[in-house]
Design a binder for this molecule. Structure first.
Ligand SMILES: [Zn+2]
Length: 87
């Protein structure tokens, strides 16, 4: 399996172009502005990712850094960007 650098948050789908996991699959410990998940902490397996996503959605999909939230933010559109292997 060939790895590519991941910029999309596995939990919420936010993609601001920042690398969260590099080509070797190593976490760069990026804290997501949207869901607050730190890459490499509890998001390495799909069942963990689903659990984190569920609890984030259950809390109302609040932004970890509200100032980063775009005015035209669309939750469903962002969730649609989550790579299929993390759904
Ligand atoms: Zn996120």
């Amino acid at each position: 399996m060939e790895f590519i650098a991941e910029t999309v948050c596995r939990v919420c789908g936010l993609d601001v172009g920042e690398v969260r996991f590099d080509e070797a699959g190593c976490s760069l410990h990026v804290v997501c502005d949207c869901c607050g998940t730190e890459s490499g902490y509890g998001d390495e397996r799909v069942n963990q990712v689903r659990h984190l996503r569920r609890s984030w959605l259950d809390r109302g999909a609040q932004w970890h850094r509200p100032k980063s939230r775009p005015l035209t933010w669309d939750l469903q559109q962002q969730l649609a960007g989550i790579p299929p292997q993390w759904l």
